[in-house]
Design a protein around this ligand. Structure first.
Ligand code: SAJ
Length: 419
């Protein structure tokens, strides 16, 4: 039924998905606006970091099943996996989805299936169907012709964890939201090519909301932990011990406070619900605000520590103070710095005019944002420990393994609970 599959958007989700189809000997045409991405993939290499993916892409390209291009071509099924960021006022920005949709419109043909995978506000799949219907009046679409439509459309979100994408794309259950039941059945047939998890059918709007709900659930729960950490700090209680104790209750499972919520999903997706239901989504909005505030709170703690060091050494000025920030990535044991609260905090510390050392075992070079300032990579954790103020921002394994030395430091700010 699906001989040729086209993936629009070859990023963190699109490329692994395209590659898994190709690994099952489907002919896959990957489309991306970035010439760099297209050229890299066509050489059998990858432009993103994700375990196991390089090997799979190399095989798929060399065996001729995966090819990348900047222009959409005819196919049996089209999958769209492009970014959906938010713009001013946390309003969803659908411009990439619209551009991707319009790019496939000229090559659509009767019998095609179109699947939107991008995390999207409720109603986006119907919007995609409208854009396509406007662009192709010669074809019929599900909003008018239902199951008899020439083109079937579904919304099928991914739910994979960065760093485990290849494994989770295959193993996780998947929600298949058809604009019609026929669309859901067609999408299931397509994903059965490589998905071993269950494929569960619903309508497109519920599937859109399901993706947003999953990430909002996590955001709300992390906000609870972050709020507790701020309350406990005020009350002189060790939040990490408190959480361990509370989690001994059979029905309590509090997550871990940290430096804030980073990445491109959890800090974004809940806003799509808030935008759709601003008066009703009170808890979801508060959680976002609590988590967004956490880096500022950590920064205030660092500033207080610097003030204390200066007070105990009156001959020193701010430029004499050495601060070591441990961890820059958005979460433990990855090299991904995008939307990282740890990086945001470290940059603000550097802006204070201190001498800054950053320790990040997963990267070789300081990002530009930091190298602009008086900042350098700490060659080792031992070196970082010579700083006047040491701040733990990410629970990387290399940092936790040094916890005895870290906890002995006289001015340690631990945002993640290494003890
Ligand atoms: N974090 C905490 N405390 C915790 C757990 C996480 O502060 O107890 C922080 C992390 O340090 C990080 C942020 O939250 O800064 C997000 O990390 P994460 O591991 O919770 O999630 P992501 O962004 O890597 O991936 C999420 C996943 N969603 C859920 O777990 C519900 C993943 O399954 C989704 O596919 C992904 O978002 C996505 O693409 O939407």
């Amino acid at each position: 039924m699906f001989e040729t599959i086209s993936m629009i958007g070859l990023g963190y989700i699109g490329l692994p998905t395209a590659t898994l189809f190709a690994a099952r000997k489907k002919k896959v045409i990957g489309v991306d606006v970035s010439e760099h991405a297209v050229n890299t993939i066509n050489q059998g290499k990858i432009h993103i970091v994700e375990p196991e993916l390089d090997m799979l892409v190399r095989a798929a390209v060399h065996e001729g099943y995966l090819r990348a291009t900047t222009r959409a071509e005819a196919a049996d099924a089209f999958l769209i996996a492009v970014p959906t960021p938010f713009s001013e006022g946390h309003k969803p920005d659908l411009s990439y989805v619209r551009a991707a949709t319009l790019s496939i419109a000229p090559v659509l043909a009767k019998g095609n299936l179109v699947i939107l995978e991008s995390t999207s506000p409720v109603g986006t799949t119907e919007q995609v169907a409208e854009w396509l219907a406007d662009a192709r009046p010669d074809l019929s679409f599900p909003q008018h012709a239902s199951e008899a439509a020439d083109i079937q459309i579904a919304y099928c979100p991914e739910r994979v964890l960065p760093g485990r994408v290849v494994h989770e794309l295959v193993a996780n259950d998947r929600v298949i939201g058809g604009m019609t039941q026929k669309a859901a059945r067609m999408a299931s047939t397509l994903y059965e090519t490589f998905v071993k998890g269950a494929l569960i059918h619903t309508n497109a709007r519920t599937a859109e909301m399901c993706k947003l709900t999953e990430n909002s659930f996590r955001d709300v729960n992390i906000a609870f932990a972050n709020e507790l950490s701020i309350i406990c700090d005020k009350m002189g209680i060790d939040v990490w011990e408190l959480i361990k104790l509370a989690n001994r209750h059979p029905r309590v499972n509090i997550l871990q406070p940290g430096a804030g919520v980073g990445g491109h999903c959890i800090a974004v997706d809940p806003w799509f619900i808030v935008d759709s239901a601003p008066d009703e989504a009170r808890l979801i909005r508060s959680a976002r605000e609590v988590n967004d505030h956490k880096p500022e709170w950590v920064l205030e703690k660092i500033k207080s520590a610097i003030v204390s060091v200066l007070a105990s050494a009156p001959q020193k000025t701010i430029s004499d103070i050495k601060v070591a920030c441990l961890g820059l990535a958005f979460k433990p044991d990855i090299d991904d710095l995008r939307e990282s609260p740890a990086l945001e905090i470290t940059e603000k510390v550097a802006e204070l005019g201190v001498e800054l050392m950053a320790f990040e075992p997963n990267i070789d070079q300081l990002p530009d944002r930091l190298s602009r300032h008086r900042a350098r990579m700490a060659p080792s954790l031992a070196q970082a420990l010579t700083a006047d103020v040491v701040v733990v921002l990410v629970k990387h394994k290399e940092i936790v393994s040094e916890k005895t030395n870290l906890l002995a430091h006289p001015t340690l700010i631990d945002a993640v609970g290494i003890a």
